[in-house]
Design a protein around this ligand. Structure first.
Ligand code: ADP
Ligand code: UDP
Length: 238
């Protein structure tokens, strides 16, 4: 059998994708499908660090937050990621995968705080580490948290599992003529203002020479193909 292409990865799971077809919240079937993919990868012995978003529960820049102080709205968004992280860890437990949630903001009665050496220890022990509360700072995104934590744990790649199947020349939800890139450089993605990830996340990965693979979270088998180094999604490279 062929071997996985990576030993340690940082997987960014979209919060918004957790809704499935629901208007908000966590869709049971969707989270179970995501976790089944994660379990398959974990069984191959790939060390998995996960950053989960929160857009399904709360998005700091959403209309619902209009008129709110931006930083306050962002803290609500970070708390939403903690809820998703707990749901994800629990769903993993159901399929026999051991996960540990670590939060970037102090909330000790609920989850343990992020401590880098502890996270590294868990990864070495084969546990899935779920990083909650983003970077712990307002004005950032969980994509930037993925770039940051990915760098901190020396992941070989950031895998962005999202609603689209890669990086397009324009937002494919708005422009039907947008074309899919199989690879694109960080500089080009930033220069073209491609919104699939924010510029802060792109720039951090570029500076740390940490490649990103963008792929569909809903396409069956896509995560496994990415892990095996097969042609899937878009590689963003230095
Ligand atoms: N050039 C582009 N290529 C691909 N997707 C894009 C692009 N520009 C904007 N998008 C949008 O970015 C979204 C993914 O980013 P984001 O909303 O941050 O999702 P996530 O919930 O995965 O963090 C996609 O749903 C897509 O509609
Ligand atoms: O470091 C961070 C990460 C997240 N957020 C807030 O949390 C929300 C949810 O995260 P994100 O939008 O990245 O989640 P996703 O796109 O994956 O659903 C964001 O809109 C921000 O308001 C934040 O303030 N700082």
């Amino acid at each position: 059998m062929s071997k996985p292409a990576y030993k340690r990865v940082l997987l960014k799971l979209s919060g918004e994708a957790l809704m499935g077809d629901d208007p908000y919240g966590i869709n049971r079937g969707t989270i179970e499908r995501m976790v089944a993919d994660v379990a398959e990868v974990a069984k191959l012995g790939v060390e998995l660090a996960v950053v989960i978003g929160g857009g399904n529960i709360f998005r700091g820049v959403a209309p619902g937050a209009q008129g709110m102080d931006r930083a306050t709205a962002d803290y609500m968004g970070m708390l939403a990621t903690v809820m998703n992280a707990l749901a994800l860890a629990d769903a993993m437990r159901h399929v026999g995968v051991t996960a540990r949630v670590m939060s970037a903001i102090g909330i000790e009665q609920v989850v343990e705080p992020y401590v880098r050496p502890k996270a590294l220890q868990y990864l070495e022990e084969g546990k899935v580490v779920i990083f909650a509360a983003g970077t712990g700072n307002p004005f950032f995104t969980t994509d930037t948290a993925a770039a940051l934590r990915g760098s901190e744990v020396s992941a070989e790649i950031v895998l962005k599992a999202t609603k689209v199947d890669g990086v397009y020349s324009a937002d494919p939800k708005k422009d039907p003529d947008a074309t899919l890139y199989s690879t694109i450089s960080f500089d080009e993605a930033i220069a073209k203002h491609l919104q699939v990830m924010d510029a802060t996340a792109f720039a951090l990965c570029r500076d740390q020479k940490l490649p990103i693979k963008v792929f569909s979270i809903t396409k069956p088998g896509a995560m496994m193909r990415v892990i095996m180094g097969e042609d899937e999604g878009t590689l963003v490279h230095v």
